[in-house]
Structure formats: C-alpha cells, structure tokens
Design a binder for this molecule. Sequence first.
Ligand SMILES: Nc1ncnc2c1ncn2[C@@H]1O[C@H](COP(=O)(O)OP(=O)(O)O)[C@@H](O)[C@H]1O
Ligand SMILES: [Mg+2]
Length: 366
Amino acid sequence: MLEFLMNLFASDFMGHGYCYLWRPQIVWLHVVSDSLITLAYYSIPVTLVYFVRKRRDLPFHWMFLMFGAFILGCGTTHAMEVWTVWHGTYRLAGIVKFITAGLSVGTAAALAPLIPKALALPSPSQLEAVIQELHREIGNRQRADEELRMSHDHLRALAARLQNVREEERTRIAREIHDELGQSLTAIKIDLTTLVRDLPMKEGPALQRSQSMLKLLDQAIQSVQSMATDLRPGILDDLGVAAAVEWAAEVFEARTGTKCRVSVPDVGMATDPERTTALFRIFQETLTNVARHAHATDVNVRLSQENGNLALEVHDNGQGIRQEQLSSRKSLGILGMRERALLLGGELIIHGSPGAGTTVRVCIPC
Ligand SMILES: Nc1ncnc2c1ncn2[C@@H]1O[C@H](COP(=O)(O)OP(=O)(O)O)[C@@H](O)[C@H]1O
Ligand SMILES: [Mg+2]
C-alpha cells in the first residue's frame, strides 16, 4: 500500500515544463489559465450545493449534485495540469483523470434519460399562465359569490315584503269580513227576529221556516267571526302577544284535545306589532305542526321577555322531529318560521329526540 502511494506521488517523469522548453510565456500562459479554470470549476459545485440546500423542493436535485461532483473532478484535473508543469507525477494525474472520467460518464448517462422527464415539467411561463388562470378563476368565483349573496339578500327582502303584504291583506280582509259582512248579518238577524215576533201564530209553516233561517243566520255569524279571527285575531292587536298566545293555546286544546299549558309573564310585554305578529305566527305554525305531526299528549308553552329578547319556547312530548326533517328542503313551514325570526335579527332553534318530543325555541330582540 505504502509502495503504491509512493509510486503514485513519485515524480519519475519529466514535468510538462520541459515540453514548453521552460519558456516563461508559454509556461505561465498554461499555469495561469489552468489555475483560473480550477478556481472557476471549484466555485461552481459550492454554488450548486448551496442552491440545492436552499431549494429542497427542486425536482431532480441529485442531478445538480452529480454535476457538482463532475465539475469538481474537472477542476482537479486542471489543478493537476498546473502541478505536472514542474512535477512529473503522471500516475497520480492519470488516476485523477480516470475518476473525473467516471464522474463525467456517470453524469452524462444519468442526464440523457432525465431529459424527457425534465421536459415534461411545466416551465416557469407555463406555471405563470396557470397562476394567472387561477387568479381569474378566483376572481370569477368571488364575483359569483357576491352575486349569489346579493340575490339571496333580494330574495330575503322579497320574502319579508310578501310576509308584510300578506299580513296587511289578512288584517284588511278580517276587518272587512268582521265589520261589513258581520254587521250586515247581524242587521238581517235583528230584522228577522222582529219579523218572526210580529208574525201571527196562525202562520205556522212560515214561522217554522223563519226560525230555521234564524238558526242558519246564527251559524253564518259564528263562522264569519271565526274566519275573521283565524285571519287575524283581534286579541293580538287589542290585548297583545301574551293574551293572543293564551287564546291560541286554548283554541288548540279545544280543537285537538291535546293538553296545552301556557306560562306568560305577569307584566305586560312592550314590543312593536311587527315582532308581536312574527312571534304569534311562528307560534301558530308550531302548534299546527304539533297537531299534524307530533302525536303528542302534552304541550308546554313559555313566553318570556329576558335580556332585551322576546323568547318563546314550545315543547311537545310527541315522537320528536328528526335531523333530516329539520334540514329537508321540503320543510317550508320550518323555513318560513326561521326566516321570520332572522328578518327581525332573531333566531329559531328546533331540537327533537325520538320519543322525547320536540322543542321549538324562538328568540327575537325587542
Ligand atoms: N312537532 C313536531 N314533531 C314531530 N315532527 C315534526 C314536528 N314539527 C315538524 N315536524 C316534521 O318536520 C317536517 C317539516 O315541517 P314543516 O316545515 O312545518 O312542513 P309541513 O308541516 O308542511 O310538513 C314535517 O313534515 C314533520 O315531519
Ligand atoms: Mg308545518
């Protein structure tokens, strides 16, 4: 081994300087040029290693390292050129060349199959185009979102307007039915009562017919009154939401036979007609749902005014609403209730558990 190393560094050949006849110009021309090439070649691997360490995401980064090794080999070959001007260690120079040759051939062999893969990588300009396209796409999405939000707002405003118009219309029709139709029927009833009283007893059949007409009239007056009340209960405008809730619960209990307990605050509730109406309509829809879907035997209603909110909670002990019914697009009644609450800055929460019933809670700021 030692002998091999000594042989490697043995300078038993003539240095290149002899070939240059030791003429200073030619000697220095070669020495300076080879030295500069060596320096340049040594600096390139350093730069490459730095670059690869900084950009770890770089594809085929091992190729850069191979280039680094190959250029380092080339640099060393040129360094040997400088050395061998004076020292004829051509065995060592040959081995350095041989190593460099290995590195060069390896790099060249690895480079060729890499080219198709490298070509398949998107170029910076292609990436730039993709980024531009993404920016455009994001812009379009944002515009579409904005339009969607606007049309959603418009729809909500339209729904609010429709609710108001519907409520006004109901109030007007209720008043007309009650005042016009109800009063005319009452006037007819008074006239007919007088007529019946004045009829001589011997007009038996006419008397009988008139009395059955009076009965029919009574029925008509009653249905006119209940129609007017169904459309817009006067109690809501006259006595407020607490009285209207109690009244609606009584009507519900009488109609369905389901026990309905109501708890309302003792003091009067200060709130405007818009909120009162919304809360009352939500209550009506809730009771209709209990009657139609719950199969409940007990309903508990709690109306309260707390922390600047008007709150109503209705709990039934029926079969319990299911999650998919809550979020179904077909549940328009629930959607309407929710919208009514949202329009006034409030919220509606419905919770159901199988067999344990359903709780509807609505909260509206007042
Ligand atoms: N109190 C309740 N108990 C059980 N199920 C209910 C209750 N309220 C509503 N649901 C269910 O939720 C669904 C949606 O209600 P809703 O939106 O009011 O529509 P609709 O009453 O017209 O069916 C109902 O079809 C019913 O299946
Ligand atoms: Mg319903």
